[in-house]
Design a protein around this ligand. Structure first.
Ligand code: HEC
Length: 271
């Protein structure tokens, strides 16, 4: 459908023709072109010039003392880097790109018109089996990819399902996943109304938690504050802000279809 739409709208054919000479010469836009165009746009959204990058390049004042102390915890006794890796293939993105079970609370909307549009897993359709959905391997149940950690300061919710809305809570969850998951309350976590209706079973999730987080990590309050300062500010590229990102939303698209609404961006006129 997407390809049909792109190929039937002259404005898209013209835009694709600028990037792909074969389209300009009359060939149809194909799926690989569509994918590459989206990928190029996404590459343009990589903002990786945070205090830690500047520090790594030799600007020793780029990080505050709290961020530096927090970094030492991140790379040391906090064990964060064991999954949120930086070196080699991780390409400084703070993820090993592996799917893991870290005991994230299960929240699910009800399915149906005006409710959710996805049928969830499990006997009560209130679970997400994660990687198992793709591999059909029960050992992959509840595994989700280690999230990259850059520019989290502007992120409204955390984990694959947005079960936490405060960065502190998402970080604290890791320190004792059992305590956090068993005491989870979606209202206290600040999630939207439609996701507060039901919390899926947590014991089956906790039964196979990643061994790295199966032993709680003890941090003092001061260490926790430093760690959070590092994750929130030490990894934040200053260019990532409302003004710069809202500007990326076009006033209209060639198909004439309605645009998604971005709740935190002003309406087109006052952009
Ligand atoms: C065992 C591997 C592992 C370790 C160790 C680990 N994490 Fe995570 N982390 C994950 C996974 C997996 C996710 C994504 C979970 C999901 O989406 O359900 C995640 C998500 C996060 C998120 C949410 C990011 C987002 O965009 O939603 C933050 C923040 C975070 N981790 C911080 C930390 C900190 C700080 C530490 C060290 C105290 C740490 N993590 C240790 C595996 C790990």
């Amino acid at each position: 459908m997407v390809l049909q739409r792109l190929n039937s709208i002259p404005a898209y054919r013209k835009l694709f023709g600028r990037a792909f000479p074969e389209v300009a010469a009359g060939a149809p836009i194909d799926f690989s072109m569509f994918g590459r165009a989206i990928a190029e746009f996404e590459f343009a959204l990589t903002f990786a010039n945070a205090p830690i990058d500047q520090f790594a390049r030799g600007d020793l004042d780029a990080m505050t003392p709290a961020e530096k102390r927090g970094a030492l915890i991140f790379f040391g006794k906090g064990r964060c880097v064991e999954c949120h890796s930086v070196a080699g293939k991780a390409n400084e993105m703070f993820t090993d790109s592996q799917e893991r079970n870290i005991g994230v609370p299960q929240i699910a909307p009800f399915f149906g018109v005006g409710k959710g549009d996805t049928i969830f897993d499990g006997p009560n359709q209130d679970e997400d089996f994660g990687l198992e959905q793709i591999t059909n391997n029960p050992a992959d149940r509840y595994h989700f990819r280690t999230a990259p950690l850059r520019n989290l300061a502007i992120q409204p919710a955390f984990f694959h399902n947005g079960s936490f809305t405060r960065l502190e809570d998402a970080v604290r969850h890791h320190l004792n996943v059992f305590e956090s998951a068993r005491n989870y309350d979606p209202v206290r976590a600040g999630v939207e109304r439609d996701l507060r209706q039901r919390v899926g079973p947590i014991e089956p999730v906790l039964a196979t938690v990643d061994p790295i987080l199966a032993t709680p990590i003890n941090l003092t309050d001061a260490e926790f504050d430093d760690l959070t300062a590092f994750v929130r500010n030490g990894l934040q590229d200053k260019r990532v802000n409302k003004e710069n990102l809202c500007r990326l939303i076009p006033d209209s698209v060639p198909s004439g279809r309605p645009l998604l609404k971005f709740v935190n961006c002003p309406k087109d006129k006052d952009k």
